[in-house]
Write a protein that binds this ligand. Structure first.
Ligand code: ADP
Length: 367
C-alpha cells in the first residue's frame, strides 16, 4: 500500500481556486493540446509563424521541406503530397500554411469529419487553382468513399465521378489542376496503406525541447507586446508539455494574471504563482493528470489497470484519457503501458509525494 507523505491531491482548495481561475477566463482544458474556439480566432493568426525560418524547432522536418520547396520551385511543379503525424498542437496546420506562403499559393483547411459526403471532397477539389494546398486534419478518419475519390486525384490529378445509378451508371473523369495534399494525423498507423502510399513525404513531428519552447514563448510574448523575463519564459515552457499550443495558451493566461496583479513583467515567480493557481504543477501536470495517477496508485495498487477501469474510477472519459492525458504521461515516464494495462512508475510516486512502493512479491515455487 502506498503511503502519501504530503497533503492528498486532488487539493481541497480546488473550488476556491477554480472560481478565481474562472475570473481569469481559465478553461478547464488549459492543458489540452487541441485548439479551442478562442484560439481559432484572429489573434491566433498573428501568433502563427508565417515563414519556415520563423518556425522554431523540428530541424529535420524543416530541412526536408526546404529541399522540397526548392526542388518544386525549380521544376515549377507543385510540392509532393505530405503526411504529417504527431500529437495535436505541435504545428502541423502551421506547416501547411507556411508551405502555401512559401510557394505563393492558397491553402484550404479542412478536416476528415467535414468531408462526409462525396460532394464535400469533389467540391473542394474542383475549386482548386494550380499549385494550391489542401490541408486535411485527422485524415485517418476519412470514410472509404472519400478516400477512393482521393486516390486518382492525388496520383493523376483526376476526379472520377459516377453519373447515374445502376446499369446506366457511367464514370466520367474530370481533370484537376495539380495540387498538394497535406494530411495530418495523430495516428499514422490508422491510415489505410493505399492512402499512406500516395504521400511522397511522410514526417513525424516530435514534442519540443525546453529551449525551443522558451523561444516560442518569448516570440509570442513579443507579438502580444508583453514583457517577460528569460526565467519567466523558461517557467512557462517547462510546464507546456512539449507543445507550442499549450505554451502560447499558458502565456496568455499568465499574462492575464500579471495584468490583474498590476505587474509590468512576467517574472519566474509570477509565472509560477499564476500556473499554480491554474493547477498546472511544476512538471506541467494538471488536476486530471494527478487524479488519474493517484487513482492508479490508490485503487489499483500502482497498476496494471485497464483504461476502462481508470475511466470508471476517475469519472473521466476514456477517449480523453487516452488522447489528451496519456501521451504526455507515457512520453515523460509517469506511466508505462503493457498489454495488461497502465502502471505508474517510481517517478510518479516521487512526484506525487508518496514513499516508494515495496517491490511486488513474486511467488517462487520450490520444487
Ligand atoms: P496542429 O495543427 O499540429 O494541431 P498548429 O499548427 O495549429 O498545431 O499549432 C498550434 C499553435 O502553436 C500555432 O498557433 C502556432 O502559433 C504555434 N506553433 C506551432 N509550432 C510552432 C513552431 N514550430 N514555432 C512557433 N510556433 C509554433
Amino acid at each position: 500500500m502506498a503511503i502519501k507523505r504530503s497533503s492528498d491531491s486532488p487539493d481541497p482548495q480546488q473550488p476556491r481556486k477554480k472560481n478565481l481561475a474562472k475570473q481569469l477566463n481559465y478553461e478547464v482544458t488549459l492543458l489540452s493540446p487541441q485548439a479551442n474556439t478562442q484560439e481559432t480566432e484572429h489573434n491566433e493568426a498573428k501568433i502563427r509563424p508565417q515563414k519556415l525560418v520563423d518556425y522554431i524547432g523540428q530541424k529535420k522536418l524543416k530541412g526536408i521541406l526546404n529541399m522540397a520547396i526548392a526542388a518544386a520551385k525549380s521544376r515549377a511543379d507543385p510540392l509532393d503530397h505530405l503526411l504529417l503525424y504527431g500529437p495535436p498542437g505541435l504545428g502541423k496546420t502551421t506547416i501547411s500554411l507556411i508551405l502555401a506562403a512559401e510557394m505563393g499559393v492558397d491553402c484550404k483547411i479542412t478536416s476528415a469529419p467535414a468531408l462526409e459526403r462525396p460532394r464535400d471532397i469533389t467540391g473542394l477539389l474542383v475549386s482548386l487553382k494550380p499549385g494550391d494546398i489542401i490541408f486535411i486534419d485527422e485524415i485517418h478518419r476519412l470514410n472509404r468513399m472519400t478516400e477512393e475519390l482521393l486516390y486518382p486525384a492525388m496520383e493523376d490529378f483526376r476526379l472520377d465521378v459516377t453519373i447515374g445509378k445502376g446499369q446506366t451508371a457511367k464514370t466520367r473523369s474530370i481533370p484537376l489542376p495539380p495540387f498538394t495534399l497535406v494530411g495530418a494525423t495523430t495516428k499514422a498507423g490508422a491510415l489505410s496503406s493505399p492512402l499512406r502510399d500516395r504521400f511522397g513525404i511522410i514526417q513525424r513531428l516530435r514534442f519540443y525541447e525546453l529551449d525551443e519552447l522558451t523561444l516560442i514563448v518569448k516570440r509570442t510574448a513579443e507579438i502580444l507586446n508583453t514583457s517577460i523575463s528569460e526565467t519567466g519564459a523558461i517557467e512557462i515552457a517547462r510546464r507546456s508539455r512539449g507543445t507550442p499550443r499549450i505554451a502560447n495558451r499558458l502565456l496568455r493566461r499568465v499574462r492575464d494574471y500579471v495584468q490583474v496583479e498590476k505587474a509590468k513583467t512576467i517574472t519566474e515567480d509570477l509565472a509560477a504563482t499564476a500556473m499554480n493557481l491554474f493547477d498546472v504543477d511544476a512538471q506541467g501536470l494538471d488536476w486530471t493528470d494527478r487524479l488519474v495517477l493517484n487513482t492508479i496508485i490508490k485503487q489499483f495498487n500502482g497498476g496494471p489497470a485497464g483504461l476502462e477501469a481508470i475511466a470508471a474510477a476517475t469519472g473521466e472519459d476514456r477517449k480523453t484519457i487516452e488522447e489528451v492525458y496519456e501521451p504526455y504521461l507515457l512520453q515523460n515516464g509517469y506511466l508505462s503501458r503493457t498489454h495488461r494495462g497502465r502502471t505508474v512508475t517510481a517517478k510518479t510516486y516521487r512526484h506525487l509525494g508518496y514513499d516508494a512502493p515495496e517491490p511486488k512479491q513474486t511467488q517462487i515455487e520450490l520444487l
